[in-house]
Design a protein around this ligand. Structure first.
Ligand SMILES: *Cc1c(COP(=O)(O)O)cnc(C)c1O
Length: 364
């Protein structure tokens, strides 16, 4: 069971908005709002005052936009981070989405659309200031701007780039990307600028420009591992107990490795979902369940984990019981730290496995 606290989510948006004012805080709601449910998340954030949203895909945008049609105010913007797939430009336009143009081909197809429409069309332009990710490499963009056609037909309303090391505040790449981005921002004086993701927001005002793009921070994740955070916790997770077994000294667990009981042991099998794949690489790992750090007796696999629950009160171990997995003590940050992946992967895999329930004010 995944409980999502919408009041905490709205508070987090307000906290980030205060932190980055006068810049505006956009919400990144790709991947079904990181597994938490794009429709209720966007309704909640619209209600709190958020007006800029980012999804990855055009189809995601279409589904989302239709599910919140009655609540979508004039002046709200939905950006499509991966831009439009070739041939879908007119759909993007029909929905009023702003595509993020990342490649020369995407720019050219948006220009062709503008010619067909007989007037320039708004778009966001992503510059790759780290030479690694999505976005137009600076050399490509320079050549395009120098060409006779330039960017005619494209009204650049937002210039953006993505930081690659914002979760490491001291990393020199942050300043380098900032300087490069500043120069590109100046080439588009009437566009808004956007550089910071969640971690970038905490690098300071220099990084805020006009719009920040918050994903994980909205959902309660700290800006960097171990760093104090002003964000409220949004998710709680209870894992279902699938099975309980008593094994005697010397017995092992199936084919999953060398574990053998050194005393009479109570084993509990929990339904974890794909997040299990990220947990506890070492056999000596522990998983905090129902407030106790229990030894993992095998590497979690096939969406389950087996823990040694001998120390647990048998009263907690009824088959089907829901046991705290992400709670006040082991919050999403601690839980993500116990895994070998990103908070994004943890949230989306929790969201795909557990039944979601919402608490707090859910606007209609
Ligand atoms: C996903 C994404 C973000 C949000 O990142 P968080 O670390 O979750 O805040 C911002 N910008 C772009 C381009 C993204 O793809």
């Amino acid at each position: 069971m995944l409980t999502i606290d919408l009041d905490a989510l709205a508070d987090n948006w307000r906290t980030l908005s205060r932190l980055c004012a006068p810049a505006r805080c956009a919400a990144v709601v790709k991947a079904d709002a990181y597994g938490l449910g794009a429709t209720p998340v966007v309704r909640c954030l619209l209600n709190a005052g958020c007006r800029e949203f980012f999804v990855s895909l055009l189809d995601e945008g279409v589904r989302l936009r239709e599910s919140v049609a009655d609540a979508w105010p004039r002046g709200a913007h939905l950006y499509v981070l991966h831009g439009t797939p070739g041939g879908a430009e007119s759909d993007c336009l029909a929905y009023g989405f702003v595509p993020v143009l990342n490649t020369k081909g995407q720019v050219e197809r948006w220009q062709a659309l503008a010619r067909r429409q007989g007037r320039p069309q708004p778009a966001a332009l992503q510059v790759d200031t780290a030479m690694t990710r999505l976005g137009l490499p600076p050399s490509t963009l320079t050549r395009m701007l120098e060409a006779r056609e330039g960017l005619s037909g494209v009204t650049t309303t937002l210039v953006m780039s993505q930081l690659i090391n914002a979760h490491k505040p001291q990393h020199p790449a942050n300043r380098r990307q900032l300087e490069l981005f500043r120069r590109w921002r100046q080439r588009f004086p009437s566009a808004k600028g956007s550089l910071a993701d969640s971690s970038g927001i905490f690098l300071g005002h220099d990084f805020h420009f006009d719009v920040v793009r918050a994903g994980t921070a909205l959902y309660g994740v700290a800006p960097a591992a171990g760093m104090p955070t002003p964000m409220r916790q949004v998710v709680q997770v209870k894992a279902r107990l699938l099975q309980c077994r008593e094994v005697s000294t010397g017995e092992g667990t199936g084919d999953q490795g060398p574990w053998r009981a050194t005393r009479p042991t109570r084993l509990a099998t929990l339904s974890l979902g794909p997040v299990g794949d990220y947990l506890g690489g070492e056999p000596q790992g522990r998983l905090r369940v129902a407030g106790r750090a229990l030894p993992l007796v095998s590497r979690p696999s096939q969406h389950t984990a087996v823990v040694d629950a001998t120390e647990m009160d048998a009263a907690h171990l009824a088959i089907g019981a829901l046991l705290d997995l992400v709670d006040e003590v082991q919050d999403i940050n601690a839980f993500a730290e116990a895994t070998q992946t990103t908070a994004f992967d943890v949230l989306t895999s929790l969201g795909s496995h557990y039944r979601r329930q919402y608490q707090g004010k859910l606007p209609l």
